[in-house]
Design a protein around this ligand. Structure first.
Ligand code: PEP
Ligand code: MG
Length: 750
């Protein structure tokens, strides 16, 4: 049976067209089970019916056939989501006769649902004339086949081909990455340059262009590896071959050599690329072998992709003449940074997680964003849509009534915003008079945080990565001094917590590619910088030099600490950097040093490290990811990334308790500290320092001013006894609602 199974899968995967693949499937399955009839029905949830997609053995020859979810044995299998094995179908109480199918000749009936990640995609049925019960082996064979079929169908549907007779897609759902409503035209970022448009140009700096090209080649290689891995689980292996070919060509020293030589002759990198690619493609085109001739097209495609990476390795501002809802395959901080803020109504990212750094940036900028909706293959440019950043829904064909309703919501949103903003200058003090320290998260991108420095108590997290990501090489010590000095100078004499370079995970440097199986568990944050003490020392020296003679106090924060040896090594390097700077700058001060508490191991080590550190900053984004073993960037498991998961709350309680006991100042700088629900819980758990994006400051201050700390303590003590994150959420939501603050989480709707 295993051989037959492999044989079917192999034959199905060889066919490029999905409809043909389904035909091959029914044909081969009949042969393998030795039955006379096999039929595939797919679920149309919108119309609540199963649609016949392929059959061998039924006489049906019309255009469409569908069976309601509550009709007949096929409907029964769909409803119960269980296989059904019946010796004589016609006497089963749920049997329904469909005259147009010609199935009255069949008696034996075996069917199983086609299930993909808990979704019932359809039903596959085997029928036979002779009255008999199918064997257990046949049943499990069909179940296994249906599981394979599910992958094939799901992958096709993920590409936007729903395979259904009629399906008008008017609403698609994703996950909310930033609250808010956007109404406007879609723009799919079709600014991809064409190789044929590259004009002749002379190079100004040969070394720079060579470097530029090599960075693009590395980025392309990395992307091909990623795509190849992503497609690896698909049945269609043919799609993989192209990435192997591209990788092979890019690793070929001859191609690289020709490109470099062309630049050395005096051409810019893009012009050199066009010429070399055209030469290669013409060479393939002239070959007599048809297979090799066809490779000319592949070479042109490779050139096109390289050009894309060439242009996207440099941050370029995208030109737009009107505000749009930006649709991107995967949002990156660089991409987001390249679109002018006033032209961005909203963002739809087809892939990624709601806690990716790009999503955090979209929240920092206050741009309504949705991640993961299925918009592929929908030609949507310029189409006016509604993006509901609260529910994660995208309305592709809004009715007039929906337009009016959402417009009203948007107006209400504006009203709430102007109300809270009018009170922005008031202090963050609870009703029962406990002052809460409000700090800023900044540095991730071009947000307008500087305006907020006067309204908060300092900077709780300055992410230094972005100044590294936007460069062509590691920034020099002097360059860094200048950047950090600006931040310290702007911060109105208040403390600034600067985090050392936290790359790896979803933040890689274009000039320092990292290739790892599990990047979030790999060479990230302090692990990288301790392996590169040169880079670490430069950064620490730059921070200390920048702080000389500034009113604002510098504090240094270490990311991704997972054990005491890492902390000790980092502290030793910081001491070394201090002595080095002191040699030439005697006024330099030793900064306070703290750790990000984001790797769960450190919860247990807080008493041990208490006398080594000056403060703790809780990174709930990573703490949640590592505690729950859920990749914060993976949309497939986003639903499991529960920010108010009971375990996360218990971990936070323990951290707060340990810090209080050891007298270590503690703040929270993950996204939870900027979320009204999260803030209620954090205050209730005893945290009094919150660091958040500037876009959240007004709301959070307002929420704090309406809250009573005693009540929140009671709320948190109830929350930590709840078994589900949804219970915790409801509890906190009710509190918000009771104070007329529900609109901060979801205005109007629900
Ligand atoms: C965190 O992990 O919570 C955090 C603030 O750091 P980042 O989101 O940059 O990883
Ligand atoms: Mg982190």
């Amino acid at each position: 049976m295993l051989n037959q199974l492999r044989d079917i899968v192999e034959h199905v995967s060889r066919v490029e067209d999905i409809y043909q693949a389904l035909e091959v499937f029914v044909e081969r399955t009949c042969d393998a089970i030795n039955s006379e009839c096999c039929t595939i029905y797919l679920s149309n949830h919108q119309k609540q019916r199963l649609e016949l997609m392929a059959t061998k053995g039924l006489t049906f020859s019309g255009k469409q056939l569908h069976i309601g979810f509550n009709e007949g044995l096929v409907g029964l299998v769909h409803r119960t989501a269980k296989p059904l094995n019946v010796a004589q179908a016609s006497i089963h109480p749920d049997y329904k006769f469909f005259p147009q199918l010609g199935e009255d000749v069949y008696q034996a009936f075996l069917a199983t649902p086609i299930v993909y990640r808990k979704r019932i995609l359809g039903v596959v049925v085997i029928q036979q004339k002779k009255t008999r019960l199918f064997s257990d082996t046949e049943e499990s064979f069909l179940v296994t086949l249906a599981a394979q079929l599910a992958v094939l169908i799901a992958s096709e549907q993920q590409q936007g081909n729903w395979l259904l007779q009629e399906r008008k897609i008017s609403v698609v759902s994703g996950l909310s990455a930033c609250n808010g409503i956007a109404i406007g035209p879609i723009w799919q970022g079709n600014y991809e340059p064409s190789l044929s448009d590259v004009a002749p140009a002379s190079v100004i700096d040969i070394e720079r262009d060579k470097e530029w090209l090599l960075v693009a080649v590395e980025s392309a290689l990395k992307e091909f590896r990623r795509l190849r891995k992503q497609l690896d689980s698909d049945l269609n292996k043919d799609a993989l071959a192209i990435f192997d070919l591209f990788t092979h060509l890019l690793n070929d020293p001859k191609l690289r050599g020709d490109l470099i030589q062309q630049i050395e002759k005096g051409d810019t990198a893009d012009w050199a690329l066009r010429q070399v690619i055209e030469r290669y493609s013409a060479r393939f085109g002239r070959m007599t072998d048809v297979y090799l001739q066809q490779r000319a097209q592949d070479v042109r495609e490779l050139g096109q992709r390289l050009l894309y990476f060439l242009y996207h390795s440099q941050s370029q501002e995208i030109q737009l003449d009107k505000p749009v809802i930006f649709v991107v395959n995967e949002l990156t901080t660089t991409l987001l940074a390249s679109v002018p803020r006033d032209k961005l109504l909203g963002v739809i990212s087809l892939q990624g997680g709601v806690n990716s750094h790009a999503a955090i940036l979209s929240r920092a900028l206050g741009i309504p964003s949705v991640i993961g909706p299925n918009l592929k293959n929908i030609d949507a440019d310029d189409r006016h849509i509604i993006l509901d950043g609260y529910s994660g829904e995208v309305l592709l064909d809004p009715t007039e009534q929906e337009m009016v309703e959402y417009q009203k919501l948007q107006d209400e949103e504006l009203e709430v915003r102007s109300m809270v903003e009018s009170e922005l200058y008031l202090p963050a003090v609870t009703v029962d008079k406990t002052p809460i320290t409000i700090l800023l998260n900044t540095g991730l991108g071009p947000d307008d945080s500087y305006f907020y420095f006067n309204l908060v108590d300092g900077v709780g997290l300055y992410r230094t990565e972005i100044s590294f990501i936007l460069k062509q090489a590691f920034p020099s010590e002097d360059e860094q001094v200048e950047i950090y000095r600006k931040v310290l100078a702007c911060s109105a004499g208040k403390p600034v917590v600067m985090r050392t370079l936290d790359i790896g995970g979803d933040k890689s440097l274009p000039y320092f590619p990292m290739e790892e199986e599990n990047p979030f568990l790999g060479w990230r944050g302090i692990r990288f910088t301790l392996d590169h003490p040169d880079i670490f020392l430069i950064q620490i020296r730059a921070m200390m030099r920048a702080a000389i003679a500034q009113k604002s106090e510098l504090k240094v924060l270490l990311p991704m600490i997972s054990g005491v040896p890492e902390l000790d090594s980092a502290l030793a390097l910081i001491a070394q950097a201090y002595h080095e700077v002191a040699l030439t700058h005697p006024r330099v001060k030793k900064p306070q040093v703290g750790i990000m508490l984001e790797v769960p191991s450190m919860i247990y080590l807080l008493p041990v490290i208490a006398d080594r550190i000056d403060f703790v900053s809780v990174g709930t984004n990573d703490l949640t990811q590592y505690l729950l073993a859920v990749d914060r960037n993976n949309s497939q498991v986003s639903e499991l990334y529960e920010v108010v998961h009971p375990s996360v709350l218990l971990a936070l309680k323990q951290i707060q308790g340990a810090c209080e006991h050891a007298n270590i100042p503690v703040s929270v700088c993950g996204e939870l500290a900027g979320d009204p629900i999260g803030v209620l819980l954090l205050l209730g758990l005893g945290f009094t320092q919150l660091s958040m994006n500037s876009a959240n400051v007004a709301n959070i201050k307002y929420v704090i001013r309406q809250s009573n700390l005693k009540e929140l303590e009671e709320l948190a003590s109830q929350a930590i006894t709840k078994p589900y994150a949804s219970n915790v959420y409801e509890l906190a939501f009710d509190y918000l609602e009771g104070r007329g603050l529900a609109g901060f989480v979801r205005p109007g709707k629900h």
